[in-house]
Design a protein around this ligand. Structure first.
Ligand SMILES: Nc1ncnc2c1ncn2[C@@H]1O[C@H](COP(=O)(O)OP(=O)(O)OP(=O)(O)O)[C@@H](O)[C@H]1O
Ligand SMILES: [Mg+2]
Length: 467
């Protein structure tokens, strides 16, 4: 029969509704059509499926292929339908037995090589498939999260080939057993230094104990970097920091080949130097991911301000972060993580991050601290500062932040710097309290403003107030 029917899941909020993937092969001019409200990523599935099937040495049928994702009124995003579509084509073209397909549900994005890439929502989908009495087949990277569903049968596969070998009975896969970290959860970090931000702390705890990457997005000075430092300290792990600039390239996090030094050494080579030049290992500079992967003990890794780099940067790291390994072409070695690092990524939201990257991270948005939290923060940095001074300074600071014409609102770091200056200059409380037109212009406002236009704005207000 040239019709195959398989099950998969869509994601809709916290729900994971059932999707039936029907693949039909008909005679006629070769074509490949996907119907049933597919979004762009699903449409691109065609190219991935075709390449993955060919690279896995299957035959791609040169017939009219129609894939229907039902129900049609449910939007289908993401590449998770790649796996059921590919299996459906194989079953409909007689390359895979059809009999057992109904016992399973499938989700997984295919790499062009036929390897399976992580997907979003593995936990929610497994939960629903288990309650419908079916086993779930998904990418290896999602195994741990799916195994959190009690008693669910989960098969975590590396590649399309592995799934096919299992379904055809050639090489059965073992149901996924949770790795040791699930039974011995990491200690719950205590981040007492960070004031407020309870939701962010909770999100970090969950991400760390499930060994998920965590993406913290929020305005400057909300304590993102500090939270990452604290979580590492609380877990007793060293923190490797990678501060991203606009020029940073993903490759620098893996390694760099220092060809310039090698050329220079070869020109200046003495007998000793000559030996050095011959060995290419001497010119491979290890990046921060290499260090994190090869560290003997587990480490935390902070990728700070990822939005500073160009849009390709996060995409370029997807494979390494999924698979926790990379290949060094120059020395022909594979660097594989001894332990999965706890990865914390921060962003000031200056640029949008690609969906494929977002899908792989726990996401938390950090708001600017409210007044009570700001008070606590000030208290950590200036213990014992008089309450009256803190009150006046905070109310002035918040007024400045609320000024609608401001290009760059001062953040916590500016507040702390400004307070330091006020204390160093011994500015009397009365000046802060002054109720007049000048009230809007805080003393030493230069410390609060980091933008030329804002400084000019305040100079103008000060000038008007003097007249
Ligand atoms: N919740 C908090 N508790 C204690 N201190 C805080 C908190 N939030 C911010 N701070 C203080 O504010 C300053 C800025 O914090 P941090 O550098 O972590 O912010 P950030 O969100 O990483 O900012 P940026 O986006 O500019 O890098 C630090 O000196 C930190 O001590
Ligand atoms: Mg920071």
């Amino acid at each position: 029969m040239s019709l195959a029917v398989l099950y998969s899941r869509a994601l809709s909020g916290m729900e994971a509704p059932l999707v039936t993937v029907e693949v039909h092969l008909a005679n006629g001019l070769p074509a490949f059509t996907i119907v049933g409200l597919p979004e762009t990523e699903v449409k691109e599935s065609k190219d991935r499926v075709r390449a993955a099937l060919l690279n896995a040495r299957f035959e791609f049928p040169s017939r009219r292929i129609t894939v229907n994702l039902a129900p049609a009124d449910l939007p289908k995003e993401s590449g998770r339908f790649d796996l059921p579509i590919a299996l459906g084509i194989l079953a409909a073209s007689g390359q895979l037995p059809m009999a057992k397909l109904k016992q399973y549900e499938f989700a997984g994005e295919l790499a062009l090589t036929g390897d399976l890439r992580a997907i979003r929502g593995g936990l929610a989908m497994t939960y629903k498939s288990h309650s419908d009495g079916r086993a779930f087949v998904l990418p290896e990277a999602n195994g741990a999260e799916a195994a959190l569903v009690t008693n669910a049968t989960v098969f975590a596969a590396k590649s399309l080939l592995q799934v096919c070998a299992h379904l055809s009975g050639r090489e059965a896969m073992q149901p996924y057993n949770a790795p040791p970290f699930a039974s011995t959860p990491l200690p719950v970090p205590d981040m007492a230094e960070v004031k407020g931000q309870n939701q962010a702390k909770r999100a970090l705890e969950i991400a760390a104990s499930g060994q998920h990457s965590m993406l913290m997005v929020g305005p400057p000075g909300t304590g993102k970097t500090m939270l990452a430092e604290e979580v590492a300290e609380a877990l007793g792990m060293p923190l490797l920091q990678w501060h991203i600039k606009s020029t940073t390239k993903a490759q620098q996090g893996l390694y760099e080949y220092d060809a310039v030094s090698r050329l220079r050494d070869s020109q200046l080579s003495t007998i000793e130097g000559g030996e050095k030049v011959k060995n290419i290992h001497n010119y491979i500079v290890k990046g921060v991911l290499w260090q994190a992967f090869t560290s003997d003990a587990p480490v935390a890794l902070l990728i700070d301000e990822i939005d500073k780099a160009d849009i390709e940067f996060p995409n370029d790291l997807l494979r390494e972060l999924d698979r926790m390994d990379f290949f060094v072409h120059e020395t022909r070695q594979t660097i594989k993580a001894k332990h999965r690092p706890i990865i914390v990524i921060t962003s000031n939201n200056e640029k949008e991050l690609p969906d494929a990257f977002l899908r792989r991270c726990f996401f938390h948005y950090i708001r600017f601290p409210d007044e009570a939290t700001l008070r606590k923060i000030v208290n950590v940095h200036f213990p014992g500062l008089k309450a009256a001074l803190v009150n006046e300074a905070l109310s002035l600071f918040l007024q400045v932040r609320e000024l609608p014409a401001l290009k760059k609102k001062p953040s916590t770091s500016e507040l702390l710097d400004w307070l330091k200056l006020l204390l160093a200059e011994d500015i009397p409380l009365e000046i802060l309290r002054e109720k007049s037109a000048k009230k809007l212009i805080p003393p030493l406002y230069g410390a609060l403003l980091k933008n030329e236009a804002d400084v000019q704005l305040f100079e103008k207000i000060a000038f008007m107030a003097r007249r």
